[in-house]
Design a protein around this ligand. Structure first.
Ligand code: GLN
Ligand code: ZN
Length: 765
């Protein structure tokens, strides 16, 4: 019999119960006991949902109070010195301290300790807390959560499979702190703790454990590959059947390694890397279980059950009982339950599946293997066929005009009329800006008043005219402040925008919005990505009225502000029936229309933000080129319609540019503003080595901190930048938007920034 299992279920709760409980606890309004009981209720509800859906083997260990990697750090005793309790075991407060930092007014051991670093979990939008290793790192079993939760599930009568991050992936995710060393050297001392964990689990009556090793889908250095063999040869002596789980990309050159590890099963992601099938069947030793991840754990579409079943049946012929069926990866990356959605129309809702529905699909596929004649199976396959057919034929999805326009795009359309060297002359003439021009990244503080106005408008308590006036008044304020500060290129402040993607998505055709489609981003933070369901187009101008109004208030240059096609795509749930490239091109044309409308309205600078450009990079280097090609092309397509004198800016807020600098240059924006303040301008090395041809605004202060930066410090950073980049090409700006800051600190910081720019102007006059 084939078996169904799940790799992980979202822990946040279908009404974000965990988020609410955590935040109440942090505010001091919910006791630890009540928080714990919320966690327990969520776990038991989630196991029950999965069991009711028909999943045979349920995951345990997917619940976390903040982040599963952090839970592992506690389990292995990887607790940085600054958080280590004086005596006794770490507590939930230790965990939250590591996650969020501690404030200095607390009179505990770790007062004023900064949180552990957070970074993206592979290519998802989930963020984990980076383990901190020191050279003499000791490991010791220090956290009982996994065992307690296994007991909890067993007591509820469930068949469970604990989920543990494998030793190589855990080490890979961490960082060496203090004296330099190779963290792979820690493997030998880490493995005994894994041994203890497996012993403990065995003593609880567990049969299988899932060891997540997603790094097997990366380009691994040889020493890490060798370490896999070493580690698993040692783990082989420990009890329990082991399923090594890989996901997010194909195994490729690690396929042989993964298939031959001395464990009892292997999970692969057939959604992201379908080409691994059927070759995997020939590579897998005859004793091993193969778990096929066939239901997409990272998107919201119903699975084409017939198509997947054909693959599973082929696998079943070879594997018999050794075949397991699963989602492609943990459902942590899916929203929880589609049945919560009460405002989607039936047709669209019928096309979607969230975590609960995905479990039902996994169970159904398993049933289809084990009992093909079952009437439930026949019904589900019929329904799936109908859904696929309705999507294929839907005129809500497939729009002839969008497709015709896309087909008519020529190479010329993604090419500015003149080369940068030519058009910058015209722009300088047209804009008349000083050396070291000052500007900001777009947003100004999103005050409570702004949020209240938006809420009231949405609730129908403000008329459209009243809401517009409230926003106009914010714009007037922002323009006045900027004029008083003496900034050179002004912005309208983005008061009307809730979110830089959602704001545009709401105005494009082809996007849908859920009410409860939340996905955990980190800790208690969740995001609710919009869903691209059909061909995308812009029925009418989206920002022109606001920007035109802002420009009417000042004789200075007003910058129009848009979100770019790649970022729109990366921060949405994309369609699964056409490529990401095609969706990016549709978005590019829609945004291009807006760029052109802004130009027509007399706007001389348009900024197109591409905050997510770098995060779209595939995990495997071999696939980078293809992505970078279509991503830069999409940007150029949206930016290249304008005349030479219209200046195009882009903004990217991160610091690792070395890998992608040539593509950034290929985007051919006239000006790029980037984050550099936190890395002390080090990032500019990339721009120096490559000789980036266009203008650059390296962020001179970190907007993430409430600290008001010194004019002297900013001037110093600018001098540093001026050593690498010709001063005619340098801009002065903060390193990101200011929406999370308050007005007083914003004004104070910008006063100093203008002073710094003036200082540099004098020095280079
Ligand atoms: N224009 C946006 C802002 O200023 C850019 C935000 C971003 O890059 N994350 O908020
Ligand atoms: Zn930014």
């Amino acid at each position: 019999m084939a078996l169904s299992h799940n790799l992980g279920f979202p822990r946040i709760g279908r009404d974000r119960e965990l988020k609410k409980a955590l935040e109440a606890h942090w505010r001091g309004e919910l006791s630890e006991a009540d928080l714990r009981s919320t966690g327990q209720q969520l776990r038991s509800a989630h196991w029950q949902l999965q069991k009711d859906a028909g999943i045979d083997l349920l995951p345990v260990g997917d619940f976390a109070w903040y982040d599963q990697v952090l839970t592992h750090s506690l389990m292995f005793g990887v607790i940085p010195e600054r958080f280590r309790p004086h005596a006794g075991k770490p507590t939930l407060q230790t965990l939250f301290g590591m996650a969020r930092g501690t404030v200095s007014k607390e009179s505990t051991c770790c007062a004023g300790a900064h949180a552990q670093e957070m970074t993206k979990w592979f290519d998802t939008n989930y963020h984990y807390l980076v383990p901190e290793f020191t050279k003499n790192q000791q490991f010791a079993l220090s956290w009982e959560q996994l065992f307690e939760e296994v007991n909890e599930a067993i007591a509820l009568g469930h068949s469970v499979k604990p989920v543990v991050i494998g030793p190589l992936t855990y080490l890979w995710l961490g960082k060496a702190k203090g004296e330099a060393f190779n963290r792979l050297d820690l493997l030998e001392s880490l493995l005994p703790v894994y041994g203890e964990v497996l012993q403990r689990l065995a003593s609880l009556g567990v049969e299988w454990v899932q060891l997540d090793e997603p790094i097997l889908s990366l380009d691994l250095p040889q020493e890490w590959k060798s370490a896999f063999e070493r580690a698993y040869n040692l783990l082989q002596r420990d009890p329990l059947k082991k399923l090594v789980a890989t996901y997010f990309a194909g195994l490729e050159d690690n396929l042989g390694l993964a298939a031959s590890l001395p464990v009892d099963g292997l999970h692969i992601d057939l959604v992201r890397a379908p080409e691994q099938f059927p070759s995997i069947l020939d590579r897998l030793p005859a004793y091993k279980v193969l778990s096929l991840g066939v239901v997409n754990g990272r998107n919201v579409w119903r699975t084409d059950l017939e198509k997947v079943l054909a693959i599973l049946q082929q696998a079943q012929q070879r594997l018999g009982d050794r075949l397991w069926v699963a989602p492609s990866c943990s459902l942590l990356h899916s929203p929880v339950d589609l049945s919560r959605e009460d405002r989607l129309d039936d047709e669209l809702k019928g096309w979607l599946a969230f975590a609960v529905q995905k479990c039902e699909e996994v169970a159904l596929l398993t049933l289809a293997l084990n009992d093909p004649q079952n009437s439930k199976v026949q019904l589900a396959l019929e329904k799936s066929r109908a859904i696929q057919a309705s999507r294929d034929a839907s005129t809500r999805i497939h729009k002839a005009d969008v497709q015709a326009r896309l087909a008519a795009v020529t190479a010329q359309d993604s090419q500015r009329r003149s080369a940068f060297a030519e058009r910058i002359k015209v722009q300088r003439e047209h804009l008349q800006l000083p050396l070291f021009p000052t500007t900001t990244i777009g947003s100004f503080p999103q005050t409570t008043a702004i949020r209240l106005a938006r809420q009231s408008f949405k609730a129908g308590k403000l008329t459209e005219a009243e809401y517009t006036e409230a926003m106009y008044s914010e714009i007037r304020h922002a323009v006045e402040v900027q004029e008083n500060l003496g900034l050179d290129v002004l912005v309208h402040g983005e008061a009307e925008r809730n979110d830089m993607v959602e704001y545009f998505a709401e105005q494009l055709d082809g996007y849908a919005f859920t009410r409860f489609g939340w996905v955990q981003s980190y800790g208690s933070r969740c995001v609710k990505p919009a869903v691209i369901y059909g061909d995308l187009s812009r029925p009418r101008a989206m920002t022109v009225d606001w920007i035109r109004y802002a420009q009417s208030l000042t004789s200075k240059v007003m910058k129009g502000m848009l979100t770019g096609p790649v970022t729109m795509l990366m921060w949405s749930f994309p369609r699964d029936d056409i490529s990401r490239e095609q969706q990016a091109r549709q978005l590019a044309l829609a945004i291009r229309d807006e760029v052109m409308d802004l130009e027509r309205a007399g706007i001389r600078i348009v900024q197109i933000d591409e905050a997510a450009f770098r995060e779209g990079l595939p995990l495997r280097k071999a696939q980078w080129g293809e992505y970078l090609n279509w991503a830069t092309e999409a940007f150029r397509l949206c930016a290249s319609g304008v005349a030479d004198e219209t200046q195009i800016h882009t903004h990217m807020c991160y610091s690792e540019f070395n890998d992608v600098i040539e593509s950034i240059a290929a985007m051919d924006a006239d000006v790029i503003t980037i984050e550099t303040s936190r890395s002390d301008m080090e990032l500019l090395d990339a721009f120096e080595a490559f000789d980036y041809p266009n203008e650059i605004g390296p962020g001179v202060y970190d907007i993430h901190s409430p600290r008001v930066p010194d004019a002297k410090d900013m001037a110093k950073l600018l001098r540093k930048a001026a050593r690498r980049i010709p001063v005619q090409r340098l801009w002065v700006n903060p390193d990101c938007g200011l929406k999370t800051r308050g007005w007083p600190e914003t004004e104070a910081a910008l006063i100093n920034m203008v002073v710094a720019a003036q200082t540099l102007r004098r020095e280079f006059a």
